[in-house]
Write a protein that binds this ligand. Structure first.
Ligand code: HEC
Length: 136
């Protein structure tokens, strides 16, 4: 190699080397803490969680029944089939589970959609029907 090129190559290498160092390594405490922080945030008891807890557990049929359905289904209001009354439920159950569930979820005549429990999942409504039709 021509010796006159050497200083030039060294200069190029050195500048490349330093330039990448400045881009890659911000060594300030904040920058380092930011790089090594854990993924996600820590929730300390008593403080507001960063993301509202996702409701994972569903309510039981009994809890929903007592709160939303009892007012009509305890005494057969407007012809509502009474809880645990085998006679009231016999013909309705003969329609099949899918129809019963559909009527309860979408509403049926004087039966309001989801029995007014608008935040009930379909599974919760089905659990409630199972609770209602169980003989007393
Ligand atoms: C405002 C009164 C009212 C409330 C509240 C109510 N129901 Fe009803 N429900 C009725 C009436 C009335 C019927 C009968 C409708 C008909 O056969 O014409 C009925 C019928 C039903 C049926 C039978 C549907 C069919 O296909 O025969 C199911 C299942 C049912 N309700 C479930 C529920 C559940 C579950 C809840 C609570 C989450 C609830 N209901 C809340 C009035 C109510």
């Amino acid at each position: 190699m021509d010796l006159s090129l050497r200083p030039c190559l060294i200069a190029i290498c050195t500048s490349l080397c330093f330039s990448t160092t400045t881009i890659a390594a911000d060594m300030s405490a904040t920058a380092i803490n930011d790089r090594i922080k854990p993924i996600g945030n820590i929730h300390i008891e008593g403080t507001t969680p960063p993301i509202a807890a996702i409701a994972t557990s569903s309510r039981t049929g009994q809890v929903i029944y007592d709160q939303y359905c009892a007012s009509c289904h305890n005494n057969g209001l407007m012809g509502a089939p009474k809880k645990g009354d085998a006679d009231d439920w016999a013909t309705r159950m003969s329609q099949g589970d899918a129809v019963l569930a559909k009527h309860a979820i979408e509403g049926f005549n004087a039966m309001p959609a989801k029995g007014t429990c608008m935040d009930c999942s379909d599974d919760e409504i089905v659990a409630t029907i199972n609770y209602m039709i169980k003989p007393n």
